[in-house]
Ligand binder design. Structure first.
Ligand code: GTP
Length: 413
């Protein structure tokens, strides 16, 4: 059915209405609620991932590893580690979650290194989807990954097969932000050439990385800011959570015999531009893209697969065994849940029966005790009565009744 076009007529207001204040309302509400951001870091070990996260958020999220002894032990699996923290700046709260992937690229055979990382990202989409499908959707917890910083080793050549495979597999699932790690060991010319080759490799392999979008109604300043950020991608970064002295000032940086590399100096590296994009200007954009494009694609592919094995999407998917039918998964979960409930019921029944038997036993014992006490009291009273009767007879000068005396005596035996 064709949609009816509703004509939009522009009207001038005759006086104050007040809806120009709507952005302030949204602002107040958001500040009150606080913000939440989940970032993943991936790349070979020792490329400065933890240091960069500490430098980015200006907090010691990761303990310093400067003095940690290195071992030659090869890890058996890729470990996915999550650190969450609440940080505050000028009254604005940010719940920051960092997902680290130690072990990546450290094996003799790194062919499937991307797999556990992709599974983790998709499991987070699944958790969100499951919450959306619940009857009560009031408190949806969003643990989806909003950005993945991929650390490229500063070889100065081009991307390695491992880098390409990782980014090719993840490009449809997460906002990829490639960074050239430890760029202080490369010269300016080397960095320029390296960046060029990386961009060519990404293009050739159809790997889409996050690009700060520009909108038609953006002011010239924003457009310029975006251009400057774009020009620096992939960001050549230097991390340091320590202060060193440079020209009599304390700065965050790395000190070398030939001088100091300042982390926060745009002429020395791209750290400032990366931080600007990630935190100051495009954090909401990264979250929106995750929600509206990456998650939506995943969700519709999953639902399409469930509705009849729409293989079309399968070929383009990053993982090979992605589309497990959600309905059969749901049924499996239901069966498991039913079995669990039946087991719990049987256990509760057994406990209840045991408690009833114990109570009955206790009641029986106390009933017997009561009965014995009653008998004792009755006998004592009878004895007292006979004594009194004998006493009374003696006082009246007549002997007590023989059977009574006998009875009385019998009681004294
Ligand atoms: P894993 O946890 O093993 O994966 O290591 P990582 O990638 O988190 O690296 P980490 O931040 O622990 O840094 C490893 C070493 O590199 C430390 O000694 C850091 O001081 C040093 N380092 C970190 N960033 C830089 C940098 O930008 N340039 C140079 N030259 N060294 C750096």
């Amino acid at each position: 059915m064709a949609e009816l076009a509703i004509p939009i007529v522009k009207k001038k207001l005759n006086g104050y209405v007040g809806f120009h204040n709507l952005p302030n309302q949204v602002h107040r509400k958001s500040v009150k609620k606080g913000f939440q951001f989940t970032i993943m870091v991936a790349g070979e070990s020792g490329l400065g991932k933890s240091t960069l996260i500490n430098t980015l958020f200006n907090t010691a999220l990761y303990p310093s590893k400067e003095n940690v002894e290195l071992t030659n032990e090869t890890p058996k699996t890729i470990d996915i580690q999550t650190i969450s923290t609440d940080i505050e700046e000028n009254g604005v709260q940010l719940k920051l979650t960092v997902i680290d992937t130690p072990g990546f690229g450290d094996f003799v055979n790194n062919e499937d290194c991307w797999r556990p990382i992709l599974s983790n990202i998709e499991a987070r989409f699944d958790a969100y989807l499951e919450q959306e499908n619940r009857v009560n959707r009031k408190r949806i917890v969003d643990s989806r990954v909003h950005a993945c910083l991929y650390f490229i080793a500063p070889t100065g050549h081009s991307l390695k097969p491992l880098d390409l495979e990782f980014m090719r597999r993840l490009t449809h699932r997460v906002n990829l932000i490639p960074v050239i790690a430890k760029s202080d060991i490369l010269t300016e010319d080397e960095i320029r050439g390296f960046k060029q080759r990386i961009l060519e490799d990404l293009h050739l392999n159809k790997i889409q990385i996050f690009q700060p979008p520009s909108y038609g109604n953006d002011d010239p300043e924003t457009v310029q800011e975006n251009k400057e950020i774009m020009a620096r991608i992939p960001f050549a970064v230097v991390g340091s959570d320590r202060e060193v002295e440079s020209n009599g000032k304390k700065v965050r940086g790395r000190k070398y015999p030939w001088g100091v590399i300042e982390v926060d100096n745009e002429e020395h590296c791209d750290f400032v531009k990366l931080r600007q994009m990630l935190i100051r200007t495009h954090m909401e954009e990264l979250k929106d893209y995750t929600n509206e494009v990456l998650y939506e694609n995943y969700r519709s592919q999953k639902l399409a697969a469930a509705a009849g094995g729409a293989g079309g999407a399968g070929g383009e998917l990053p993982g090979d065994s992605l589309l497990a039918n959600p309905l059969s998964k749901f049924e499996e979960e239901k069966l498991a849940h039913d079995a669990k409930m039946a087991k719990m019921e049987a256990e509760m029944k057994a406990v209840f029966q045991q408690k009833v038997a114990e109570k009955e036993n206790k009641l029986k014992v106390s009933e017997e005790e009561l009965y014995a006490r009653h008998r004792e009291m009755k006998e004592a009273l009878e004895k007292q009565r006979l004594e009194l009767e004998n006493k009374k007879a003696r006082l009246e000068g007549r002997p007590g009744t023989p059977e009574k005396i006998k009875k009385n005596k019998g009681l004294f035996k």
